[in-house]
Design a binder for this molecule. Structure first.
Ligand code: TZP
Ligand code: MG
Length: 213
């Protein structure tokens, strides 16, 4: 398994940025402490997705923050992303690794506990517990894991666990204490009046709850 040391993961949603330029919002967030970014576009044609990915990557490279592409292998490879994130109904991790042997980080959304031992979950470099709490940002979800769900999965795997779904500074500590390694957020940063400050506050919570290695 490849090392995964990221703690604050920004998942983008242009609509959540309240009319502001996405790359500027992400840059502010990186300055505040985001250390990994996923470009998530559900409706863009490949050419526009790639153009956006290239713009974002050019900025992120300056901060040495890795870019992950959501569910589009072609865009991920063509923009030189570090990795890709897929869900249960997307291209499988097995197939991705067959086509992209140099993939640096493969993320997989875990929606069902029974899938923990699946080939898809086993091949992943991190598992996203999706969603930890129900969220208006993504409504086509299955069951929310809750804090108990995080702890249950933590007991069963050593894989890095990324918590996503209504994560905020208010519940960050509890989520980390339950066993998550990394916090992933959309609206807590993208929709914040000051994305940089929002990232800083989350980062402070992470430092406060850091577990000894
Ligand atoms: N996957 C599971 S929940 C979610 C995604 C992409 C959205 C999380 O958004 P927010 O605004 O941080 O609750
Ligand atoms: Mg999908």
């Amino acid at each position: 398994m490849r090392p995964f040391s990221y703690k604050l993961y920004l998942v983008t949603d242009e609509a959540a940025c309240l009319g502001r330029d996405l790359v500027s919002v992400v840059e502010a967030a990186v300055k505040g402490g985001v250390d990994m970014v996923q470009l998530r576009e559900k409706d863009l044609p490949d050419a526009a997705f790639l153009a956006k990915a290239l713009r974002l990557k050019e900025m992120l490279d300056r901060y040495q923050v890795p870019l992950i592409i959501n569910d589009n292998l072609k865009v991920a490879v063509q923009c030189g992303a570090m990795g890709i994130h897929v869900g249960n109904n997307d291209m499988t991790p097995e197939s991705i690794l067959k086509h992209w042997t140099t993939c640096g980080t493969l993320g997989y959304s875990l929606e069902y506990e029974e899938h923990l031992q699946s080939t898809s979950a086993q091949l992943a470099d991190y598992l996203a517990l999706s969603p930890v709490f129900e969220t208006p940002t993504k409504t086509d979800t299955v069951t929310a894991w809750g804090l108990e769900g995080i702890s249950r999965i933590r007991e069963q795997t050593a894989k890095p666990l990324v918590a996503i779904g209504q994560v905020s500074a208010a519940n960050a500590g509890a989520i980390l204490q339950a066993g998550a390694d990394c916090l992933a957020v959309v609206s807590a940063i993208c929709s914040a009046p000051d994305p940089s400050y929002a990232a800083e506050i989350l980062r402070n919570e992470i430092e406060k709850h850091a577990r000894p290695d």
